[in-house]
Design a protein around this ligand. Structure first.
Ligand SMILES: [Mn+2]
Length: 323
C-alpha cells in the first residue's frame, strides 16, 4: 500500500476516470458529505463518478443529495475510491463483496484505518474526511459550489458534534470560515439546527423514557442508558434518528463516563462509551473486544440486558480503579 500526500492525491484524482466512490454502511454526515463533494469535484474535472452505499441514505441526510447524482449514467468503474471508510468490513456486505478487495484509493481520517486500499491519503489530525476533501478542493482546479460547501460543512459539523469535540481544531474552523465566505448563501445555521436540535416527536418521547430509566453508578460518575428494541418500536424511532444518542448520558452534570447500550437483536447489544474528560473509554472497550478513541469508543457484547450491564460495569470498574 502506498501512502499519498495531499498533492499526490490531487494528481491521482486528475488521472482517474469513471470512479465509483464508496462510503460506509449506516452512512453518516461525514461520509455522505465527503462522497458527494468528491463526486462533484470529479464531475468538474470532466469525469464520471457516482457514490455507492450499501444502505439507503437516511431521510435526515437526504438534503445533501445532488439534484443530478449521475446514477442514471451506467458505467463500469475504472477506479474505486473509498471515503471515510476505516476498514473494508465497514462497506457493508454487498458493497464489500463486489468492491472491497479492489479499492484503489482510500481517503480517511480514522487513525485506526486498516490498509485495505492500494493507496491512501490518511490524516488522523483532520476532524472529518470532509476537512481533507476541503483541502483537496483548494489545490484541484475546481470551483467551490454551494452544494459542495453544504456537504463539506455538514461533514465537519457532524463529526465534531457541532464543533464541540477536541477534534475541531484551528484548521477545522478555518475551513468552515472559508466555506462560509466563499458560499454565503448556504443555510449553515439551518444545517446545525436540523442535525443537532430537531428531533422527531417519537425520539423526544424516547428521550423522556431514557431519562426515566437512567442508571447511575460510581457515585453518579457513570451514567448508563439502555435503548431496547421495544422502546424503538413503541415510538417508531429508526436507527438514523439515534445518531448522537451516545452523548446523551454525559449531559448529566458531574458524569465522567456515559454508556449507551443499544439492543441490535435479542441477546446482542452495541455499546457506545463516552468520556467527559480523563477516563480512557477506548481501554475499557478494548477489554471487551472493541476500541475507538480515548473519549469515544464502542464494542459489542452478547447476553441478556442484565448480563451485559454487569460485564460493562465490571470493565468500567477495573479501568476506574486503575485511573
Ligand atoms: Mn468521519
Amino acid at each position: 500500500m502506498q501512502e499519498l500526500t495531499l498533492a499526490k492525491t490531487a494528481a491521482w484524482l486528475k488521472e482517474c476516470e469513471d470512479a465509483y466512490i464508496l462510503i460506509h454502511r449506516s452512512p453518516d454526515g461525514d461520509c455522505i458529505g465527503a462522497g458527494y463533494a468528491l463526486a462533484e469535484m470529479l464531475h468538474q474535472l470532466g469525469k464520471r463518478a457516482v457514490v455507492l452505499c450499501n444502505d439507503e441514505i437516511p431521510k435526515r441526510y437526504q438534503f445533501m443529495l445532488p439534484e443530478e447524482d449521475g446514477t442514471a449514467a451506467h458505467f463500469e468503474p475504472q477506479c474505486i475510491i473509498a471515503v471515510d471508510v476505516a476498514d473494508a468490513k465497514l462497506l457493508g456486505s454487498s458493497v464489500q463483496e463486489h468492491y472491497g478487495s479492489r479499492v484503489d484509493l482510500c481517503i480517511d481520517h480514522h487513525v485506526s484505518n486498516v490498509p485495505y486500499a492500494k493507496a491512501r491519503l490518511l490524516d488522523g489530525s483532520a476532524s472529518a474526511t470532509c476537512e481533507i476533501l476541503y483541502r483537496l478542493s483548494r489545490i484541484l482546479p475546481v470551483k467551490m459550489t454551494d452544494h459542495m460547501a453544504l456537504c463539506l460543512y455538514t461533514g465537519m459539523a457532524t463529526d465534531t458534534g457541532c464543533f464541540q469535540y477536541d477534534n475541531a481544531g484551528p484548521e477545522t474552523h478555518r475551513a468552515v470560515a472559508a466555506l462560509m465566505e466563499m458560499c454565503p448563501d448556504v443555510r449553515y445555521a439551518w444545517i446545525n439546527r436540523e442535525m443537532f436540535a430537531v428531533k422527531s416527536f417519537g425520539r423526544l418521547q424516547l428521550d423522556k423514557l431514557l431519562i426515566d430509566h437512567m442508571e447511575r453508578y460510581l457515585n453518579d460518575k457513570c451514567i448508563l442508558i439502555c435503548v431496547s428494541q421495544e422502546f424503538l418500536r413503541k415510538f417508531q424511532v429508526d436507527e438514523a434518528e439515534l445518531e448522537g444518542i451516545a452523548g446523551f448520558p454525559l449531559q448529566v452534570e458531574g458524569a465522567e463516563i456515559g454508556i449507551t447500550m443499544k439492543e441490535k437483536e435479542p441477546g446482542k447489544f452495541r455499546i457506545s462509551m463516552r468520556s467527559a474528560d480523563k477516563v480512557n473509554v477506548s481501554a475499557i472497550c478494548q477489554r471487551l473486544g472493541g476500541g475507538g478513541h480515548v473519549k469515544a469508543a464502542g464494542c459489542q457484547v452478547c447476553g441478556t440486558a442484565d448480563e451485559v450491564r454487569n460485564i460493562l460495569l465490571d470493565a468500567v470498574q477495573k479501568e476506574w480503579s486503575n485511573a
